[in-house]
Design a protein around this ligand. Structure first.
Ligand code: KIV
Ligand code: ZN
Length: 532
């Protein structure tokens, strides 16, 4: 069997494990936008969802498979527990993909066997080849994961992996499900697998890890040195609990430290051949898209894609960088697609210039989306003399991140200051078409707006996060607001950008409320159907 052992395979699971982050839920359209961006980024495999989990997940995997899983595009993967129903659903959803992969898993740690699966090791050892074989009856490309491998008995793990490969698994993925291992332990685990699984040369070793101790990326880099050739990661490291290993950190570590890693691939240290197929210049844009669509803000000091990742604050550093960039910079901001904050368009720019710039920035908008974005662009250009790429990106993300518009903000007005009580008046159009106006006072203007909106919409919720960031520098900069609301253990997010942060705050709140309200309605409809 031919294997890509000479470079790293990037397996992106933003749409599956990443989307499991609280509040990161994406609708099908949003998933398609992310999938297209991942394809432009050059990932080898997109894990698009867990088809058996819900009809929505099934549809998303199917649509991603049809739209992005082309002959020259990435492999599209669907997750399935080691059961026939799961595997069959994954196979069906993947049908439209030119290259489809079924990823099936079952836990192997004693703690999972005893408390979660209530199965013996012998039972698990029998299920694995049966289910890998079943997946193989649908597709040739089958990946098997022993869940919680990081805490499994290595001797049992070797037996399970041997059985999976003998049954046809072409990739065996080693998950550190609870983010427990340290880099040297994880590296040793991969080495143990290489040395003790007799048929391991017939499969690619993959790694998957969570960041509970902040070690996921370090663990993967150690795994590479010991023979792992596929990395399962997410954009911005989003995912369950503390998240997954971050794609951008792994890719840039392999890019910047290529000379260090080259010998582990049998190359000379000086080889300039890239270790991944990723177009690093797409990293920043993809990070922003995922952050805006999921409502998961990127912390300013986040490696590679954080707002401060390329900023030099101290005078000594600034002086050094001005004399020679290499004094304090190990990579060029342009290598991740962070261009200088160029002025590209102004208020006289026409629709064609706007459309062309959007294309250059990698946005593929429908005619309807383009119309909406252009109206917003003109509006912003009236208030802000110079429109940069970052402004355009914020406008587009604001316009395309549209949850169903059930409540619509028609008016927001605030009065505040150091000698007055912050008061807000809002007018909201309700889903049944009524225009309702109300006012409220609050501890600040945003608090007052949210209270007024709550009085009108009457949607129960708890505000758990409110963040404002400036899109560019300058007094006339646009502000981006991200909101996260909680109701009944679920989190709903909203994003908006505007030159007026009070307006952006109100719009982001209404967007999050619309997501919450549509989830409540969906749940209500299901209940009505099931009680009929
Ligand atoms: O963390 C995990 O173990 C997983 C598996 C399904 C691969 O996400
Ligand atoms: Zn996981």
């Amino acid at each position: 069997m031919e294997q890509s052992q000479d470079r790293i395979i990037i397996f992106d699971t933003t749409l599956r494990d990443g989307e499991q982050s609280p509040g990161a839920t994406l609708n099908v359209e949003e998933k398609l936008k992310v999938a297209h961006a991942l394809a432009r980024l050059g990932v080898d495999v997109i894990e698009a969802g867990f088809p058996y989990a819900s009809p929505g997940d099934f549809e998303a995997v199917q649509k991603v498979a049809a739209a992005v899983g082309t002959e020259n595009g990435p492999t599209i993967c669907g997750l399935a527990r080691a059961t026939k129903n799961d595997i069959k659903a994954a196979a069906e959803a993947l049908q439209p993909a030119a290259k489809g992969r079924i990823h099936t898993f079952i836990a192997t740690s004693d703690i999972h066997l005893e408390y979660k699966l209530r199965k013996t090791r012998a039972e698990v050892l029998a299920i694995v080849p049966e289910m890998v074989g079943y997946a193989k009856s649908f597709v040739n490309d089958v990946e098997f994961s022993p869940e919680d491998a990081g805490r499994s008995d290595p001797e049992f793990l070797y037996q399970v992996l041997e059985a999976a490969i003998a049954a046809g698994a072409t990739t065996v993925n080693i998950p550190d499900t609870v983010g427990y291992t340290t880099p040297s332990e994880f590296g040793a685990l991969i080495k143990g697998i290489k040395d003790n699984v007799p048929n391991i040369d017939q499969a690619i070793i993959s790694v998957h890890g969570h960041n509970d101790l902040g070690l996921a990326v370090a663990n993967f880099l150690e795994a590479i040195k010991n023979g792992a050739r596929q990395l399962e990661c997410t954009i911005n490291g989003i995912g369950e609990r503390a998240g997954n290993a971050a794609l951008e950190e792994l890719v840039m570590a392999l890019h910047v430290r290529r000379q260090y890693f080259n010998p582990f691939f049998g190359r000379s240290a000086e080889s300039t051949e890239p270790l991944t197929q990723i177009d690093t210049k797409q990293i920043y844009k993809t990070s922003r898209l995922v952050s805006n669509l999921t409502g998961m803000a990127v912390q300013p000091n986040k490696a590679i894609v954080g707002a401060n990742a390329f900023a030099h604050e101290s005078g000594i550093h600034q002086d050094g960088v001005l004399k020679n960039k290499l004094t304090y910079e190990i990579m060029d901001a342009q290598s991740i697609g962070l261009t200088d904050n160029q002025i590209v368009l102004g208020k006289l720019s026409g629709r064609n210039a706007f459309r062309t710039r959007l294309k250059e920035l990698g946005f593929e908008l429908s005619e309807n989306e383009l119309n909406k974005a252009f109206i917003r662009f003109k509006d912003v250009a009236d208030k802000k003399k110079e429109i940069t790429d970052w402004d355009i990106e914020a406008i587009v993300n604001d316009e395309i991140r549209q949850p169903p518009e059930l409540f619509r903000l028609e008016l927001v007005q605030v009065s505040c200051g150091d000698h007055s009580c912050p008061t807000a008046t809002v007018t909201v159009r309700t889903p049944d078409g009524k225009e309702l106006t109300d006012a409220a006072i609050g501890t600040g203007p945003v608090d007052a707006i949210y209270k007024a909106i709550n009085r009108v919409t009457k949607v129960p919720n708890e505000l758990i996060e409110f963040s404002v960031q400036s899109v560019t520098g300058g007094i006339d900069a646009m502000g981006e607001v991200t909101i996260r609301l909680r109701y009944d253990h679920q989190v709903y997010s909203g994003y908006a950008a505007n030159t007026d942060i009070v307006v952006a705050s109100a719009r982001a709140y209404v967007k999050a409320l619309n997501r919450l309200y549509s989830a409540l309605q969906e749940a209500e409809n299901k209940e009505t159907v099931s009680t009929k």
